[in-house]
Design a protein around this ligand. Structure first.
Ligand code: GDP
Ligand code: MG
Length: 634
């Protein structure tokens, strides 16, 4: 072990991430750690300081990762370690949608604190996160958290951790983020067990960008881990990947608030304020070096980051068409801080101008929509979510495509679509491919039957099932079920159904696998012989009819009667699969009014006219906008 007299600078640094399944208490424990190290005074403390976004506070989830630099004086049993340390804590989000955030934070750390909720045990993302941490070669400190809860199952869980991950009983630390129990012991373990970052102080600068966010006055802020050399105030910097030169306007550390400094040393985590206005100019995973050194040295970029790819797409429109500009500004502002959110302007006959947005998953979509509505006060309508289909065309003539002016093709020359409106005439299609995912479901064994049925209904292909251990948790053994399943099947109601068949006990993790050939069809919704693209959708042929019938029934109840009969149909490639009719509305509204009260009659007509303004004409049928909004709520 080191002698504190000749400790290197890097020896006094510990960079660690906190990983766990969602809700196992990461953010709460992070707050206790901040308090214990005196990084915040008790008075400043409000619950979950690390969750700074308003929505995070409210939903109790962590969306963006956050870092905090602290100083901690070690006074444990190991004499040679006694010194003051810089701890860099990186809180990570636990939800599946934000898995890429976890990968980023791990590449800036040498160790991981693995939290397991004493009442829940090992869950799907516990396992995924442990594998990720091992992939990055991190030292893992296993922690059983929430031990204050009366139904904590500590002894069972210790055995489970021994069997599943091969941890030793005596490495496991027991904590409560609520009462603070065990936090001091955890801090000592961080110093004792997590290796210091490698000492590369003499070398040319290389720093990994592992997160970005936007600051109103300082522009895009990049969070960096300096693996070699150091960053000094005033240095001209260069991004190897994007070949961009930057002159930071400020550098420093996050505590989590911004603390300005003049250097970020080797082995440290810090931030550089770039002054840039567009968050997409700085790519997470890129390598930062100094401008001069890059020219002379031809440094190789650092590796170890996962590229972000949106998985779910949906078009979003303002309910009031005249709010479009406001909506665009709000979306642009939000996207400043969310590099994973993609958007592209679209136009719909029914809903006007909007954006086709790409999200990491359903929670991401929900969070974005809620933030837009809440922070910017705009009512929005989102079309049903879709995935990205790749179509091998039977023709090389793209002028026959519905959107041939701006049709997208991938490297393999396949036509890429995300909405029903882009779906080509079936005769142009040779092969359609849809995305598939690997999913892992961890559940107490008594729910296996229900879950298997659910997976079958959603076209899941069973791969295998393993018992996590023979250990009983709440007198149940836990199993891990592996399936391959189309992404389209899990982006709507799958998660809710899984929770309901398992009474909330099953947990899910997923990752993209590949695009596979699929029997996907377009279900056109046709009202009075006019196709309504806003309500048409893409579906696997196996459940296209059922879904088509549902929409048609819904529309029959929603569209108001008019002076003539209105047929409503769902059709697959011109073949009608469902039909309903709205009967004609015979009486004139004003006929209700007996006699000659002319003002009442005029008032009523005015009211009708106003109502018509919110209607859209489709052929000769007037459909109120509310119908689209209601019909899309499925
Ligand atoms: P995260 O999703 O892992 O960041 O979890 P949070 O820190 O947001 O905590 C999830 C929920 O568990 C919140 O309602 C917390 O108040 C609660 N919680 C966290 N730690 C403890 C603990 O040690 N004891 C108890 N009783 N509740 C806790
Ligand atoms: Mg959290």
């Amino acid at each position: 072990m080191y002698n504190h007299f000749d400790m290197k600078e890097t020896d006094r640094i510990r960079n660690f991430a906190i990983i766990a399944h969602i809700d196992h208490g990461k953010s709460t424990l992070a707050d206790r750690i901040l308090e214990k190290t005196g990084s915040v005074t008790e008075r400043e403390t409000k619950d979950r300081m690390m969750d700074t976004l308003e929505l995070e506070q409210e939903k109790g989830i962590t969306i963006k990762l956050q870092t905090a630099r602290m100083t901690y004086k070690y006074n444990g049993d190991i004499k040679d370690l006694q010194s003051e340390y810089i701890l860099n804590l990186i809180d990570t989000p636990g939800h599946v949608d934000f898995g890429y955030e976890v990968s980023r934070s791990l590449s800036a750390a040498q160790g991981a604190v693995l939290l397991v909720d004493a009442t829940q045990g090992i869950q799907a993302q516990t396992i995924t996160n442990v594998y990720k941490a091992l992939e990055y070669d991190l030292t893992i400190i296993p922690v059983i958290n929430k031990i204050d809860l009366p139904n904590a199952n500590i002894e069972d869980l210790i055995k489970e951790l021994e069997v599943v991950f091969d941890f030793n009983r005596d490495e496991i630390i027991l904590t409560s983020g609520k009462t603070g129990t065990g936090v001091e012991e955890l801090l000592r373990a961080i110093v004792e067990r997590i290796p210091a970052p490698e000492d590369n102080s003499g070398k040319p600068l290389r720093a990994l960008i592992f997160d970005t966010f936007y600051h109103e006055h300082k522009g895009v802020i990049a969070e960096v881990f300096v693996t070699e050399g150091e960053i000094k105030k005033g240095d001209e910097l260069h991004l190897i990947g994007s070949e961009l030169n930057i002159e930071p306007i400020e550098i420093g550390y996050l505590t989590p608030s911004m603390l300005i400094d003049t250097t970020i040393n080797n082995g440290e985590v810090g931030y550089i304020a770039t002054g840039l206005k567009n968050i997409r100019q700085i790519h997470v995973g890129d390598t930062l070096t100094s401008n001069n050194e890059f020219k002379s040295d031809h440094l190789v970029p650092l590796t170890g980051y996962t590229k972000v790819k949106p998985m779910v797409f949906a078009s979003v429109f303002p309910i009031e068409t005249e709010n479009f500009n406001e909506f665009r500004e709000a979306l642009e502002k939000l996207a400043l801080n969310d590099a994973a959110l993609t958007y592209k302007k679209v136009h719909s006959q029914a809903l006007g101008s909007g954006f086709l947005c790409g999200y990491l998953g359903l929670l991401h979509m929900e969070v974005v929509q809620e933030r837009l509505e809440r922070e910017f006060n705009i009512d929005l309508i989102t079309t049903s979510p879709s995935v990205e289909y790749n179509i091998k065309l039977a023709t090389s003539d793209s002028s026959k495509l519905p959107n041939f002016n701006n049709a997208n093709f991938n490297k393999a020359g396949e036509y890429i679509i995300k909405t029903a409106a882009e779906f080509p005439d079936p005769t142009l299609i040779q092969v359609i491919k849809e995305p598939w995912n690997n999913i892992e479901i961890i559940t107490p064994e008594k729910y296996i039957g229900g879950i298997m049925e659910l997976a079958r209904e959603h076209r899941g292909i069973y791969k295998n099932m393993t018992y996590i251990s023979d250990q009983l948790i709440h007198s149940q053994r836990h199993v891990s079920l592996h399936y391959e399943i189309p992404t389209a099947e899990i982006i709507t109601t799958f998660f809710d159904k899984l929770k309901s068949v398992s009474q909330g006990y099953a947990s899910l993790d997923y990752e993209y696998l590949e695009h596979r050939e699929s029997k996907t069809v377009k279900v056109s919704i046709v009202v009075n012989y006019e196709t309504l693209e806003a309500l048409s959708f893409l579906s696997h042929v196996s459940n296209a009819e059922t879904k088509g019938r549902e929409v048609v029934k819904k529309l029959r109840d929603l569209i108001p009667r008019q002076q003539f009969k209105i047929p409503i149909q769902a059709a697959i490639h011109n073949k009608v699969i469902a039909r309903e009719t709205i009967q004609a509305y015979r009486k004139d509204v004003t006929a209700k009014l007996y006699g000659g009260d002319i003002t009442r009659k005029r008032k009523l007509l005015e009211k009708q006219k106003k109502g018509k303004k919110r209607m859209k004409m489709f052929g000769s049928v007037a459909i109120p906008k509310d119908v689209f909004i209601e019909a899309l709520k499925m």
